[in-house]
Ligand binder design. Structure first.
Ligand code: IPD
Length: 265
């Protein structure tokens, strides 16, 4: 098994550099605009994606790169490749724009559609989450594992709301209602990547959401599986970052959670 050591090193150093850029640039100049109703973007999302793309292309010029703000990058190489970097320069842009210090840089690296490396950097807490397939997940060098909580009633969950999709929005509201009553509590942190990292770290038992994009989950879903958790779609099928729904849990409460989530759809 190749361990993608160079790719992981690159993702870690680029994520750190990008995270420092994000904080510095916010203090220097912040320009907020709307991509769509409820979908905020800033000048810093764009300049950070440019920085990440430049650094990854310098290190791996033949690889494909896909980012939230600029989509698929043009490649110089004529060769086709199954190596792709999937990046979110700021996951949690709404928090970032409003000065809530809950956002991160997320970088996933995949080969033939399978994530091999996932790195998430939270510049406000200086926490670097890093995972490689088959090699576990670490936060600032310390190994992580999902929690051992084995009942929904004693779990703390996290979710997000798909505002562009009325049906999935209604499902989420109904699920939120049921699970607020049936668990220890639910959080809405505003960053899907950090939601996954926190499940991997055993801070939260589960995360579910509809309507996410590949860059939101590319790094995070690998972290949850590498920490010993389970990731499927909400319908219970195998998860891919192209899927419309995600349920990422510590594994122990997976079945119980899916039963409640599916009961409203
Ligand atoms: C958003 C965050 C949020 C989730 C949204 C995402 P962005 O990503 O991950 O938690 O609920 O669906 O779009 O836009 O801040 O990169």
């Amino acid at each position: 098994m190749t361990d993608f050591y160079r790719e992981r090193q690159c993702a870690e150093s680029v994520a750190r550099r990008a995270g420092h850029h994000v904080v510095r640039e916010r203090a220097r100049h912040l320009d907020i605009s709307l991509k769509a109703p409820h979908d905020v973007v800033t000048n810093v999302d764009r300049s950070t994606e440019e920085l990440i793309v430049e650094q990854i292309s310098n290190a791996f010029p033949d690889d494909a790169i896909s980012g939230e703000e600029y989509g698929e990058q043009e490649r110089d190489s004529d060769e086709s490749t199954d190596r792709r970097w999937v990046i979110d320069p700021i996951d949690g842009t709404l928090n970032f724009a409003h000065g809530v210090p809950l956002y991160c840089v997320s970088i996933g690296f995949e080969v033939a559609g399978k994530t091999e490396v996932g790195v998430i950097y939270d510049p406000n807490r200086d926490e670097l989450f890093s995972a490689a397939r088959g090699r576990g997940v670490h936060c600032n060098g310390e190994p992580l594992a999902v929690s051992t909580v084995d009942a929904l009633a004693t779990s703390v969950l996290v979710t997000g709301f798909p505002l562009g999709d009325t049906q999935a929005f209604e499902w989420t509201m109904d699920q939120f209602d049921l699970l607020t009553r049936g668990t220890r509590g639910i959080r809405r942190l505003g960053s899907a990547a950090l939601d996954c990292a926190y499940v991997a770290a055993g801070r939260l038992e589960a995360f579910w959401e509809y309507g996410l994009k590949p860059w939101d989950t590319a790094a995070g879903y690998l972290m949850v599986t590498e920490a010993g958790g389970e990731v499927t779609t909400i319908e219970g099928g195998p998860f891919s970052i192209e899927d419309y729904s995600i349920a990422a849990t510590n594994g122990h409460i997976h079945g119980e959670l899916l039963e409640v989530l599916q009961s409203v759809t």
